[in-house]
Design a protein around this ligand. Structure first.
Ligand SMILES: [Zn+2]
Length: 119
């Protein structure tokens, strides 16, 4: 009878696991490994182009970001356009840098969202 009990237990465990796997596949209960590895990215905006994709930058990086933006059209280095804007987004304070292209100024304006960090 002991053998029967062991087989019964193994069967119950196997069935439980099978149901769990089935339910997981059907309902997508547990997050997949790849979902855990890469946090969801907001679609449609490149890094720094929207509050949701703000670049985390320290003072030195911020200076680099200010100096190193190029026009997507003509690759000319962009110049600052107006003063920095400070906005609140998702409980964080972001700086919005504004740029314009000296060659196609009227057409190509660009904003860069930066989340200042210390260091
Ligand atoms: Zn340009």
């Amino acid at each position: 009878m002991i053998v029967g009990t062991v087989v019964g237990t193994v069967l119950i465990v196997a069935i439980t696991v099978a149901i769990g796997v089935y339910a997981d596949k059907k309902l997508h209960l547990a997050p997949r490994a790849e979902e855990l590895a890469t946090p969801p990215k907001p679609r449609g905006h490149a890094v720094g182009e929207a509050p949701a994709t703000a670049i985390r930058a320290g003072a030195a990086q911020l200076a680099n970001l200010r100096a190193g933006q190029r026009c997507k059209e003509c690759r000319t280095v962009l110049v600052a356009a107006g003063v920095d804007e400070e906005i609140r987004y998702a409980e964080r304070t972001l700086i919005v840098l504004h740029f314009s292209c000296p060659r196609c100024a009227d057409v190509r304006r660009r904003s860069l969202y930066v989340e200042p960090i210390s260091g």
